[in-house]
Write a protein that binds this ligand. Structure first.
Ligand SMILES: Nc1nc2c(ncn2[C@@H]2O[C@H](COP(=O)(O)OP(=O)(O)OP(=O)(O)O)[C@@H](O)[C@H]2O)c(=O)[nH]1
Ligand SMILES: [Mg+2]
Length: 474
């Protein structure tokens, strides 16, 4: 092959590779983090994830101490990088064209609904994503700030709130302009403040710069651009339900990067000596409330044997002890069937009379029952009148949220190994249910000695399957 043809081919391949490289760089800068979180995890983020990984290894006491199901956090997207003012004279070129790169966009704060986390204790109270890089000379755009991915337990509800700042904060904090105490300032100071926040000048800021007609023109252009983009910026308050495993939600967007000086090149002004600063990231004040999600929730008085039952049917090992309020936070276990079918059961702390009025921390326990699709009442059959316990539990649930007791349910009549009492109580309990015409099955069980467990798990599976079928229907 002739040498010039070969050279042409090599050049062509080179050009092709460069375009590919350029495209891939652009992709990483403008990449939508929601699709590719793995590559965008920042250092800070890794630290959080590592800390949270310990969650699964905690023993029962540590888990109880560290359990948190309600927190308030402040999230802030990263500020965009500043645009650059630069002029690069090429070799043998007489003109000096502007060549400042744009700033990179700030990182987003992203919540991911994690099924491996069961508590909010490891979520930081202030979460800041990283800043975008500033633009550089030779048309080098700054790289985007890394997205911060925060794992949050599955079942968390995220609500945006407007903070109520004290007097000191009111002067300092700029909350989307709403908390900005700019009202008392005169127009000139307001404009000066806005300009200082928006513009980068070359070689430095001078009051004369702002009198320049080119600058005023550029300022007008930016205002127009802002006005054009305003409708696309969402002002809605966040209200999220993180109930889909591994789904990701951007809770605070990073600010866009500033424009480099080539952006302001016009026919009249061939060497603009200004660029814009990066936009501030979005600040949001959020309330996070964890409401455990499980197929079935164990509802019972303290000491009824809920944790013993969960241990008997699932892979979980909650603490069991002969005193009330042994369990102080929900504990989820998975029941594995031989054909690989699985369902989850949540052991919820015991409820006492008046729980709906928050007696015995009732509200913080009841919130975890709210999202169980099936209710499993665990009743101590060895008590004198076990049906009264059942009545009182139903009463509490109904007063907390009316209609809660209408969910598919099952009664586990526990401690049936204490035969004398069980033999006497079970038939009475069954007759009471028949009289009330309640379509609810009661199964005598001994969780401690694992008697009649297969019957309960089979029944439970049938109920859960029915519920799932209903959910799948359009
Ligand atoms: N005889 C007998 N004792 C049981 C049975 N199930 C549980 N127990 C005992 O009852 C006591 C309380 O059991 P837990 O499983 O801790 O009860 P709980 O309902 O989880 O109690 P809280 O967490 O306080 O609400 C323990 O001493 C258990 O050994 C059973 O089937 N038979
Ligand atoms: Mg318990």
């Amino acid at each position: 092959m002739q040498s010039h043809v070969l050279r042409k081919r090599v050049c062509f391949v080179n050009l092709f590779l460069r375009i590919q490289f350029h495209n891939s760089r652009n992709f990483s800068i403008n990449d939508n983090a929601v699709e590719k979180p793995i590559f965008l995890v920042g250092q800070h983020d890794i630290a959080i994830i590592k800390e949270c990984e310990k969650d699964n290894d905690l023993n029962n006491d540590e888990r109880t101490r560290q359990f948190t199901d309600f927190i308030r956090v402040v999230v802030k997207g990263g500020t965009g990088g500043d645009g650059c003012v630069a002029f690069n004279r090429g070799k043998f070129e007489s003109k000096v064209p502007p060549s400042g790169g744009n700033g990179g966009r700030g990182g987003n704060v992203i919540f991911v609904a994690s099924p491996n986390h069961s508590s909010l204790h490891s979520v930081l109270r202030t979460i800041n994503a990283s800043r975008g890089q500033n633009g550089k000379g030779h048309m080098q755009h700054g790289s985007a700030g890394k997205n911060l991915i925060i794992p949050v337990p599955l079942g968390t509800i995220v609500r945006e709130v407007v903070p109520q700042p004290n007097k000191n904060q009111l002067e300092k904090v700029d909350y989307e302009g709403r908390m900005n105490n700019n009202e008392n300032l005169d127009e000139e100071t307001k404009l000066a403040k806005k300009r200082a926040k928006t513009w980068v000048h070359y070689p430095r800021y001078d009051e004369k710069n702002t009198l320049n007609s080119f600058f005023l023109e550029a300022e007008k252009m930016m205002e127009e651009e802002e006005r054009y983009n305003r409708p696309f910026k969402t002002e809605e308050k966040l209200n999220l339900d993180l109930s889909i495993p591994d789904a990701q939600y951007v809770v605070a967007q990073g600010g866009s990067g500033g424009k480099g000086n080539p952006h302001f090149l016009t026919n009249a002004n061939r060497s603009p000596k200004y660029a814009t600063k990066g936009e501030e990231g979005r600040i949001r004040y959020l309330e996070l409330e964890l409401k455990t999600i499980a197929d079935a929730g164990l509802v019972g008085l303290p000491n009824a044997g809920k944790s013993t039952f969960l241990t008997a049917v699932s892979n979980a090992h909650p603490k069991i002890a002969p005193y009330p309020f042994t369990t102080l936070n929900p504990y989820i276990g998975t029941v594995d069937y031989s054909d690989r079918f699985q369902l989850t059961i949540a052991d919820i702390p015991g409820l006492i009379q008046g729980a709906h009025k928050n007696v015995g921390l009732g509200h913080s326990f009841l919130r975890h029952i709210e999202r169980s699709k099936v209710l499993v009442y665990v009743i101590d059959l060895s008590k004198n009148k076990p049906w009264e316990d059942w009545n009182s539990l139903q009463n509490e649930l109904e007063k907390y949220r009316s209609g809660l007791t209408m969910r598919p349910s099952l009664i586990v009549a526990n401690k049936a190994d204490i035969t004398e009492k069980a033999k006497k109580n079970l038939p009475i309990f069954e007759t009471i249910l028949k009289e009330k015409e309640q379509e609810i099955v009661i199964v005598p069980v001994s969780a401690k000695y694992k008697k009649n467990i297969v019957k309960v798990t089979t029944l439970l599976r049938q109920i859960v399957e029915k519920v799932r079928e209903k959910e799948e229907l359009p």
